[in-house]
Write a protein that binds this ligand. Structure first.
Ligand code: CUA
Length: 342
């Protein structure tokens, strides 16, 4: 009867400590807002695990602290402690219970993953390219964007590709994270549910400017999305028509800012990851192999399309990805822009 009293007190204390631990962890508010359908099962599982952790923390800590205090040695007590050797029923119990818990968690995890990966055959496809150091998004309507626009409440599947090294696509509010692997296409399937502005950041250390490898993500209503797509399609057609004509330094500057050139090439003469563009046109450029070349149009075009062909002295080889996706007209626009940088 005396023993029973200790068990009852400890059971009550376990419940109290578990509840306090869980509500304490919960009040930290570490999670950003949940903005995708996939975030719901993930957050549900995360919450279940925090509850389990709070409970097991209490199960370990309460009997330990209780025993230290209640069963401590009294003054004048010099007797030996009770000698206990094995307890088969107890050992079977503490093997069976964790086994059941692990199997149950495995089942819950697998069905949770199935929910997260559920495929909607109507999902829109967007191509994502990651490169040192930026993101580009290509829409099936034939235009590219530096902001990832997504319609709310529709599943999209991002087909992701890297131009150079490993990157990782991560929008914390969507909860999912997926690596981009050179030479392979990886998929990221998401159903945004919350209109708002988010940010994709790279979650795989990928070189000097890894920390700045971000792009805006805008989740908009279906109607706003359709308007934006129509607008971008019209702009892309107008740009294609225009670049069929004369090269334009203004369009070149926009490309410089939006296609990733800016990450490595300064306009003010300072040395970046790559050589500055200031005063570059018609300069004599010293190459790593000891020769030199005049930075004429042919050299600039080659350096944009095949950066590995000639390495400038003082810079590492193969540091720059090939910008082969740029149309000839766009390369001409970039060259026209470089010519203006006296
Ligand atoms: Cu890309 Cu880090």
């Amino acid at each position: 009867m005396q023993n029973m009293r200790h068990y009852v007190i400890m059971a009550v204390l376990v419940v109290v400590v578990a509840v306090l631990t869980y509500s304490g962890l919960n009040s930290l508010g570490l999670m950003p807002v949940a903005a995708s359908a996939q975030a719901l099962p993930i957050d549900w599982l995360f919450d279940l695990q925090v509850k389990a952790m709070a409970f097991f923390f209490a199960v370990v800590i309460v009997p330990l602290a209780y025993s230290l205090i209640v069963f401590r040695r009294r003054d004048g007590d010099t007797s030996e402690g009770e000698h206990i050797e094995g307890n088969t029923p107890l050992e079977l119990t503490w093997t069976a219970i964790p086994l059941v818990i692990v199997i149950a968690m495995g089942y819950i995890g697998a069905s949770n993953l199935a929910q997260i990966r559920a495929v909607d055959p109507q999902a829109a496809q967007i191509k994502v390219t990651g490169f040192q150091w930026g993101w580009r998004f290509e829409y099936p309507q034939g235009f590219t964007s530096n902001t990832l626009y997504l319609p709310a409440d529709q599943q999209v599947v991002l087909q992701m590709e890297s131009l150079d090294v490993l990157h990782s696509f991560w929008v914390p509010e969507f909860r999912l994270k997926q690596d981009l692997v050179p030479g392979r296409i990886t998929e990221y399937r998401i159903t945004p549910t919350r209109v708002g502005d988010y940010k994709v950041r790279c979650a795989e250390i990928c070189g000097t400017s890894h920390a700045y490898m971000e792009a805006p993500v805008k989740v908009v209503s279906r109607a706003d999305y359709d308007i934006w797509v129509a607008d971008q399609t019209a702009q892309a057609q107008a740009a294609a028509a225009a670049s069929a004509g004369q090269p334009d330094a203004g369009r070149g500057r926009t490309l410089y800012e939006e296609s990733g050139c800016k990450a490595c090439h300064s306009l003010d003469g300072s040395k970046g990851v790559g050589p500055t563009w200031k005063g570059l046109f018609e300069e004599s450029v010293a190459l790593a192999d000891g020769t030199s070349v005049t930075a004429d149009e042919a050299y600039l075009i080659e350096s944009i399309k095949m950066p590995g062909a000639k390495t400038v002295e003082g810079y590492p080889p193969n540091a720059m990805p090939s910008f082969t996706y740029l149309k000839d007209g766009q390369v001409a626009d970039l060259v026209a822009f470089i010519k203006t940088l006296k």
